[in-house]
Design a protein around this ligand. Structure first.
Ligand code: CP
Ligand code: NVA
Length: 313
């Protein structure tokens, strides 16, 4: 059987996401009722972190343990990778020993190289270009709160980073629109974002215009991991791209606010927004756990007969 990987959002079809979202709903429900669901007994997840993490690390580790499996966490600096062992050799070795791998690293090319030499499924836990597990959790959260995302408008305010690129891919898969507003010099790079076309997003110079009529407003840090040397300049350049109450008012009345976290209150988002009534950031973080459990189960066992109804996405 061909090994499937999850390296970017467009690696899965809309129909596969519909399955995963329905499956997540069931997995979340049994978890909340303390019903054990352990289809991955005797399976091992290796997590490779070349960058820091709180949510990704905890959600994957807790998720794999809840599914009955075990977890090994490797940080670059305390493995031979920190001393220059080639990534393809690391892939060849560890994928003979474990059943599934999650990697957080720098360039997408690194995870592609790893997966090309892997015997087991590889999951992207964030690269400079993409963060597919985040948007899987975010789409689930949207559907949980508001129903189908098809035809809706998501406003992205801020940096055209890995999370933004993944929203843009998701718009093509789920057929919704993204209004993007970035400061000059930080615009989307469609090729880097891995887009098929330009039909699912629109760029706005004025962030308030981008927010107008949106069903969801979302943003992320002004300085991503790896960009720290530019932090001071970015603080100046992004000053007008803070999601505040005025911006939320421009959106639809029942618009949601999302942020992948960690957040910087007073920088990319005002405290009154992230801690306000339209914010679903804590659900978003929690849903990383449930969606990734469905993802690992899918990559290792394929489609299992799902109990419960599918949700329309
Ligand atoms: N959102 C997210 O991936 O958080 P961590 O960096 O804490 O994993
Ligand atoms: N864009 C951020 C996301 C962190 C979860 C980063 O790459 O640092």
């Amino acid at each position: 059987m061909e090994v499937r990987h999850y390296l970017q959002f467009k690696d899965f079809s809309r129909e596969e996401y519909e399955y995963l979202i329905g499956r997540t709903r069931w997995i979340k429900d049994v978890f909340k009722r303390y019903v054990p669901h352990q289809p991955l007994r005797d399976r091992t997840l290796a997590m490779v972190f070349e960058k820091q993490s709180t949510r990704t690390r905890v959600s994957f580790e807790a998720g794999m343990r809840q599914l009955g499996g075990s977890v090994i966490t490797l940080m670059t600096h305390d493995t031979q990778m920190g001393r220059g062992e080639p990534i393809e050799d690391v892939a060849r070795v560890i994928t003979r020993m474990v059943d599934i791998v999650m990697i957080r690293t720098f360039e997408q090319a690194i995870i592609e190289k790893f997966s090309a030499h892997s015997r087991v499924p590889v999951i992207n836990g964030l690269t400079n270009e993409y963060h597919p597990c985040q948007i899987l959790g975010d789409i689930y959260t949207y559907v949980e709160h508001r129903g189908s995302i098809k035809g809706k408008t998501v406003a992205w305010i801020g940096d055209s980073n890995n999370v933004c690129n993944t929203w843009l891919q998701a718009a093509e898969v789920f057929d919704f629109n993204v209004h993007v507003s970035t400061p000059p010099g930080y615009e989307i790079e469609p090729e880097r974002a891995g887009l098929y076309g330009t039909s699912h997003y629109e760029e706005f110079k004025d962030p308030l215009q981008a927010a107008r009529g949106a069903d969801l407003i979302t943003t992320d840090v002004w300085t991503s991991m790896g960009d720290e040397a530019q932090a001071t300049k970015r603080k100046r350049d992004f000053e007008a791209w803070r999601v505040d109450r005025e911006m939320m008012k421009a959106a639809k009345k029942d618009a949601l606010f999302m942020h992948c976290l960690p957040a910087h209150r007073g920088e990319e988002v005002a405290a009154s927004v992230i801690d306000g009534p339209q914010s679903v950031v804590w659900d978003e973080a929690e849903n990383r756990l449930h969606t990734q459990k469905a993802l690992m189960e899918y990559l290792l066992l394929g489609r299992v007969k799902t109990q419960g109804d599918l949700w329309s996405t």
